[in-house]
Design a protein around this ligand. Structure first.
Ligand SMILES: [Zn+2]
Length: 58
């Protein structure tokens, strides 16, 4: 996965923060999310992915 995943870091209070160690997870069936860490402070971050992303991933 070369594409960078970004999300909101609650600690830095910055949206569009780059996530590292990104993993795709499912919080509920059919509800994909990306789990990772803030590239700056290391705080755990989640990003809910649109359903379309699940279709692409499958
Ligand atoms: Zn952060």
């Amino acid at each position: 996965m070369d594409e960078k995943t970004t999300g909101y870091c609650v600690k830095c209070k910055v949206n569009g923060r780059e996530m590292k160690d990104v993993e795709k997870v499912e919080i509920k069936p059919g509800r994909p999310a990306a789990k990772g860490k803030c590239a700056v402070c290391g705080t755990g971050m989640y990003k809910i992915l649109p359903k379309a992303a699940a279709t692409v991933a499958a």
